[in-house]
Design a protein around this ligand. Sequence first.
Ligand code: A2P
Length: 337
Amino acid sequence: MGKEFDVAIVGATGAVGEVMRLILEERRFPVRELRLLASARSRGKRLAFRGEEIEVEVLEEASFDGVDLALFSAGASVSRLYAPEAVKAGALVVDNSSAFRMEPDVPLVVPEVNPGDIDGHCGIIANPNCSTIQMVVALKPLHDRWGLRRVIVSTYQSVSGTGRRALQELEEQLRCWAQGGDGPVEVYPHPIAFNCLPHIDVFQEEGYTREEWKMVRETRKIMSLPDLKVTATAVRVPVRVGHSESIYAEFEEEVDPEEAREILREAPGVAVEDDPQRDLYPQALNAEGKDPCFVGRIRADLFLPNALNFWVVADNLRKGAALNAVQIAELWAGKTS
Ligand code: A2P
């Protein structure tokens, strides 16, 4: 029998933590014992894993005794406080928050793009931002063929990316609207039902939001292209699950959309859905619960022979978060066994 690991999920009751538990089970990750950690609000809650119920424990410093692998998804402040404790206890941390992503000694990994980078870790491996992951999965094979020079991306991001409370707020606003009233507006600065908010995370320098800067900096780090020109506009839309992105990519060489389609068909983690005549293109509703990054609407720029436009959709809770984290854990476990 291969090696088995004691695994902890930090933020196990959250939107991403829930999917981490499902994916560990689905992919038969060799878990010996699973520890589910959350805040005092979840004390005593029981969650299913491999047909058994596990009681949620309150996160504390001693939570990591004996843990080999800790998957964190409880926000950056929790990671900053507790990830070092987990490392001290001897665990590998795969952190879904933004806390350590840009630290030079922390690998930022998308297994289809830069699997070799995990070797440099000092106890923490960072899981990139959801919108960055699905973009680089599609860009990497095209970059390998034609050399990427510039990216302009607009995102259409679902509310589950904000967490469980945001999902509840969207549903509550829709319920109130159906009854002729207004729902609560607490998670976002404006109603999200029937709306689009060009505002994800906080506004920072040059008029861009932190989410938009993440797409610039993380893409450069993951693809080892420190000078890549990336401009992002990140938009929250009233979709429950699944982020969509409109991507304009400019290359060193002249491109061919049919060849791009062929390259993407062969690329790991990508599924091409591109037959506009049959109304076939990636949709958030269809991506929910699925693993690949779906790519469609692949077409040439009308005025620049070096550029392509395309549309990428992925389940932000799976490939954008939990699945990518478990894939990183699988890479690590393969080297540890
Ligand atoms: P809890 O459910 O007990 O609040 P989401 O991203 O869906 O909002 O989920 C966030 C996750 O992080 C939840 O599991 C939440 O637990 C957990 N969490 C938030 N703050 C803390 C904290 N201070 N200590 C431990 N877990 C936390």
